[in-house]
Design a binder for this molecule. Sequence first.
Ligand SMILES: [Zn+2]
Ligand SMILES: [Zn+2]
Length: 217
Amino acid sequence: MKCPICHQKIKKGEFICTECLERIKYHPIFTCKKCKKKLNGDYGKCTDCKNTVFYYDELTILGYYEHLMGEFVKRIKFKQERKLAIALGKKLGEKIKEKKWEYDYIIPIPMSADRFHERGFNQAYEIAKGVNKILGSTVKNNLIKKKNLPPLEQKNRKERIKLMKNSFIANKKSVILKNKNILIIDDVYTTGTTVNTLAGLIKKIGANKIYVGVLAR
Ligand SMILES: [Zn+2]
Ligand SMILES: [Zn+2]
């Protein structure tokens, strides 16, 4: 067995070596209760979140982008390192397990058909598989589709929200989400627009509680 990050030997049953794990485990003392943004005091919610309507109930993150997590996220997304996605997904799963969240289905953030054809790989789905190996639930990636959108990276917050609105479409099978608790999985939480939009749609279908787990903030 080798660590998917640094490739040094690891013990059976471990997914990442202890050194790599230490490097990604950094957590600040104060964070926004809703979006986990780092704060320099115990303010509860950050200024962004004070003016936002949230459709998800709780968020948990594995680590912060600048503390190596960003590098891993990029390796998963652009180099399609499936083993790394699953290994980190398992670590995220362990963290979620400690939270004792009760949910019925795991939904990885859907990828648009255009993007999927381009990459052949939905990183959120691969991470969700890792999470699922720890938590054992049903991963549903056939209920909600994402429309093809222009790249959001260069857009500001307002433009993103506008584009994201109505970017997810649920099919008839999604009625099974009614009165159920859902765990949404993604790789990165940037402005939170993506997860919040999907959470809004799932709530509209009639889901009860919505939790979110991501690798990096
Ligand atoms: Zn390592
Ligand atoms: Zn916040």
